[in-house]
Design a binder for this molecule. Structure first.
Ligand code: IMP
Ligand code: MG
Length: 180
């Protein structure tokens, strides 16, 4: 893997496809072990989580599980704006259902907090969060995710669904912004 430049910023290889696959398998096993119902509803937070969600859903391998999508936006460039906007809402009835939120990354935890509060209004049976990446040092809320692929330092990353102003989501591996 070589460095790549996107919008004038240079990124270096950080997490390989093999490492990602390995951690997804582990997280899927944990989810399956904890699942009380046979038809949990996975809630994929767009845009970033779509790549992880596709791999995780198949790795969990519960034939009756369902998936739906919601869209939030908080980042401009490489920093969080601190304001989370809901762009596409939830249409399913989640009352009494086991919900597993799928996130690409938990950074400040502001998205996670807002989303959980919104879901709780509809009285689901339970709400848990699976995130591929988690930056514990950036957390500003009490939103510790139940399932974590990788806990990483607070550096800007992209690829495998994660973007820089919309670019780079299709990269098969995860890259980190090079320190100058
Ligand atoms: P939070 O609300 O601050 O936890 O941020 C959640 C959202 O910010 C994530 O779902 C991502 O879309 C975005 N985000 C946070 N850190 C990064 C990063 O390092 N690269 C790309 N997007 C990020
Ligand atoms: Mg996101």
């Amino acid at each position: 893997m070589a460095d790549i430049t996107i919008n004038g910023l240079t990124f270096e290889p950080y997490i390989t496809r093999e490492q990602i696959a390995e951690q997804i398998q582990r997280v899927a096993t944990e989810i399956k072990r904890d699942c009380k119902s046979e038809n949990p509803l996975f809630l994929c937070v767009l845009n970033g989580a779509f790549v992880f969600a596709a791999d995780l859903l198949r790795a969990v391998d519960l034939p009756l599980s369902e998936i739906t999508f919601i869209r939030f936006k908080s980042y401009e460039g490489t920093t969080s704006t601190g304001v989370v906007r809901e762009i596409m809402g939830l249409h399913e009835d989640i009352t009494d259902r086991e919900i597993i939120i799928i996130e690409d990354i938990v950074d400040t935890g502001i998205t996670a907090k807002q989303l959980r509060a919104m879901l709780m209004e509809h009285k689901p049976k339970s709400v848990k969060m699976a995130t591929l990446l988690y930056k514990p040092e950036s957390l500003k809320t009490g939103e510790v995710p139940e399932y974590v692929g990788f806990a990483i330092p607070s550096r800007f990353i992209l690829g495998y669904g994660l973007d820089l102003d919309g670019a780079a989501r299709g990269l098969d591996e995860i890259y980190v912004l090079k320190e100058k």
